[in-house]
Design a protein around this ligand. Structure first.
Ligand SMILES: C[S@@+](CC[C@H](N)C(=O)[O-])C[C@H]1O[C@@H](n2cnc3c(N)ncnc32)[C@H](O)[C@@H]1O
Length: 247
């Protein structure tokens, strides 16, 4: 939960120049929505405990929802996902990779804050360079459901990890690719990946217009192998609002 205690502890990691004041809570809610199990963060700091807390809260939410489903109250069940979802084990983990060489970054202090917040069971902080740590990350994480990339070398992320991103709905959140030429070149590269995916790649960017730098978020969703979950929806219920599935 993003309560007072949480905010008090993570404030020590906030570096205003990193531009993640709004992004960190946004990442928390993105991770709460997507409920990823295998998460990679490249470029640790203020954002790290928000992602780790979201993973821990997803576990608690899933447990509470399982209890509701087990009680068998149909009114309570309707807003929940298809029961099959809850049959899968949910044991999320986050790997945070940072080379720990930036003197302005709060990355070296992240582990201590994660320990204070009791978040180390879902999270591992790995010291290393993105370019030379691919094998280490692969062994620790395997396929990626969600990645947050907050380093200049976003292209190195694509070189090392794109094949690991789940083609059935894996989400990437990429910091600051708008508003400068090198970033826009990376965006064009991502657009070129869409052709390789047979057009099945979703891409959108959001800009913070009041800022000159560190002022955008790009979201990529890989859907080449995605199957729309409407096929799993129970028929004739509030989960089937237009009734088309009864035809
Ligand atoms: C912009 S800061 C991250 C800010 C952080 N997400 C926050 O909200 O405070 C970038 C971080 O990435 C790390 N970094 C930069 N290039 C890297 C690379 N090639 N491999 C690994 N870490 C890198 C730096 O050490 C720094 O901690």
């Amino acid at each position: 939960m993003l309560d007072h205690r949480f905010h008090e502890r993570v404030e020590t990691l906030r570096v205003p120049e990193m531009g993640t004041d709004c992004l960190a809570p946004m990442l928390y809610w993105l991770v709460r929505m997507v409920r990823p199990q295998r998460v990679l963060e490249i470029g640790a700091g203020y954002t790290t405990p928000f992602i780790a807390q979201a993973l821990a809260d997803n576990v608690a939410a899933g447990d509470a929802e399982r209890t509701v489903l087990a009680a068998g109250d149909p009114a309570a069940e309707l807003p929940l996902a298809h029961p099959d979802y809850y049959e899968q084990p949910h044991e999320p983990r986050l790997v945070c990779l940072d080379r720990m060489t930036d003197p302005t970054s709060s990355a070296p202090r992240v582990l201590a804050v994660l320990e204070q917040l009791g978040l180390t069971p879902v999270c591992e902080v790995l010291e290393g360079d993105l370019r030379s740590s691919a094998q280490d990350v692969r062994e620790r994480l395997g396929p990626i459901d969600f990645a947050w990339v907050d380093v200049w070398d976003t292209l190195a992320f694509f070189r090392s990890f794109w094949d690991l991103v789940d083609p059935a709905g894996g989400v990437l959140a990429l910091h600051w690719l708008l508003t400068y030429p090198q970033g826009r070149a990376i965006l064009r590269y991502i657009e070129s990946l869409r052709a390789l995916e047979g057009g099945r790649l979703e891409l959108t960017s959001i800009v913070e217009p009041h800022k000159f730098a560190q002022n955008s978020l790009t979201l990529v969703r890989r859907v080449a192998a995605y199957v729309d979950p409407h096929d799993l929806r129970p028929l004739g219920t509030a989960n089937d609002p237009v009734g088309t599935l009864r035809i």
